[in-house]
Ligand binder design. Sequence first.
Ligand code: ATP
Ligand code: MG
Length: 594
Amino acid sequence: MVSTLTRIIRFIHGYRTIALLALIAIVAGTVAELYAPQVLRTLIDDGIIGGDRDQIWRSAGWLTALAVFSGLARFAYGYLSARVSHGAAFGLRKEIFAKLQKLSFSYYDRVQTGQLMTRVTSDVDLVRDFIGGGMVQMISAVLMLVITAAILLSMNLWLALIALSVIPVTLLILLLFVSRLGPMFKSFQERLSRLNGIFGENISGVRIVRTFTAEDSETDRYRRANQDLLDSGLAIRNSIANAFPLLFSVGSFGVVLITWVGAVMIVKRTLSVGELVAFTSYLVLLLQPLFMLGFGAQQIARASAGAERIFEILDAKIDVAEVDDAIVLPEVQGRITFEDVTLQYPGDARDILKGLTFSIETKTTVAVVGSTGSGKTSLVNLIPRYYDPSEGVVAIDGHDVRTLKLDFLRRHIAMVMQDPVLFSGTVSENISYGRPEATQDQIEAVARMAQAHGFISALSKGYMTHIGERGVTLSGGQRQRISIARALLVDPKILIMDDSTSALDSRTESALIEDLDDLMRTRTTIIIGQRPSALARADKVLLIEDGRIADEGTHQELLERNCTYAEILATPPGAVPHELPSFCDMSGLEGRDA
Ligand SMILES: Nc1ncnc2c1ncn2[C@@H]1O[C@H](COP(=O)(O)OP(=O)(O)OP(=O)(O)O)[C@@H](O)[C@H]1O
Ligand SMILES: [Mg+2]
């Protein structure tokens, strides 16, 4: 917990001056408050009991001035500490986001959006509250304790010793309190994350929930998580509720004891009434920092629970990292080679790709065909290093991709993903996502090639139509075409299309492949899918079966010699009307879903 807290403090580094001013403000305010009882003592002993009218006026003036001063100091403290704490929260959010931009895909395979959101919002707030309140308060509380103790000791040794005996007891209670609360707060934040995770999944998956009429079971799942959170919140509340009365009783017991001993001393004339009043005022000032320590302790427990969860993100291992001496190439030709490549996904023991060796020559088009789950997407994911192979080498122009600078590598590869995501924004903005400086003409040219110009022009505001969240919703095929246009605009040396035409009718698809012909001649293209026009156009077809290359050749060659290939192609969607070679066993086809 200590190391977590020191790490939090690093985040206020940029605000050292303001933090120091805030500390000075609260110390000044505290000192002013501590001085007031001394004025009160003179007021009573010299002014009231001694009958000195001038002294009464002077003391009253002093008391007013002290009250105003300490009020101003507290105001300044509030203002300055907010600057520091919000600044630190700003820094934390910035670092989390920067880290999220660097974390590998394998990290996102494991976490839920809602969980991450909780960390960047609620957990950051816990840390902020501690910096803005708890931390400086703790410092000033300790300071106040020390000063008050010194004053009490100088005023009256015996009474002071009685008063100070309260401190160790209180500290012991606080220590127990914090060690119990820390884990409770952590569990509270975890439950909150889980709740938000379920919430997020239900928003993004609302169609699935409705389709499977799972509203009741989802509502129940949410209710249970919500109940867990409530239980945890109440348990914390109870724990705090139990600790504070205990602290109060210890404090009050001290006051009673001192008033009693003090009264005896006044009777014996070893103490003046003013002294006892001043003394008990200080006693209140002694109890105040003790309670402040209590509140601060609770905030420390909360903040360190939040901080631990934030640091889990900041410390997460980046699976795909750039090497220190990463290079850029003067020019990319686009020759791709796989050498004995094996892939296991992190945290999964299965070999998804098993010793793949093949090469794709510069400016050729390769089609990758295979049944679902055979590893096609996994294969192409290795080229832009979305994942790294567990064994073997993926190389571009003979350079292991792991030796290249990541942004250099990815700038030269455009990937149209299997389930494309568009951002909220206009159609134009979406197409020019990878090249924001592109002109409208360039945008339209790629949209035409991607067979998207027609439907975009028909939208109410054409290229300026807002899509995505709260905008026009597009069909699956329209989304695919916009994402193809987006990839084409980058003018990559390597173009990868992962089942990117699956939602298009075959006429549109043929037109698209035809229009892309010039483009495909000038770059390396990989097309995953089994559409006839693409297969016929490809220089080479790779047939993937269960993570292995089962066969490799032209479409015509495979069609003639490979039964699996012929079978895959004969399966809708996009079934190729053709005869299976006569030596193939046709019975396997009958059991398939058509
Ligand atoms: N991110 C991942 N983490 C762990 N396992 C994965 C991941 N992605 C895919 N897999 C597994 O790897 C195997 C191959 O998946 P892949 O997506 O490469 O298949 P595919 O050939 O593209 O299939 P499809 O034609 O359905 O798109 C599957 O068994 C899948 O469960
Ligand atoms: Mg796939």
